[in-house]
Design a protein around this ligand. Sequence first.
Ligand code: NI
Length: 151
Amino acid sequence: MSEKEELTRFGVSFPGPLLEQFDHYIAEQGYTNRSEAFRDLARRALLEPSKLQSDQLVAGTIVLVYDHHASELPLVLMELQHQCHHDIISNMHVHLNHSQCLEVIAVRGKLAGLRKLHQQIQVQKGVTYAELSVTFAEEHSEDGTAHHHHP
Ligand code: NI
């Protein structure tokens, strides 16, 4: 990356309490200004898909936090998960407080499909957090196909 990269300024709107928490967080991480922290977070987000192939068989979790009072949201989330029932192994729902729910969805399938499910969840209004973690990838055999461990 060149030293002379031109920087573009843009405005970001934050709710006060979130910004306060964010400032506290970046201070703990050693950042002295928000811009550098934002740039690093953006870079990390862009690197996240890493070196895995989209057709690779993987397993992991989708963790989300959402407000179950948001209109239709529980139904939408349920519908999305039914559409992907082949990729979903298990699901844990925790009622965090009066309105917030935490859900942990254990998933296993092709990375592309899991990414699509994660993205469809992430963009819903009322979902305040959604993360796909890939914690396991099937080994590939020499011909490029995945090993299956069926009996
Ligand atoms: Ni709940």
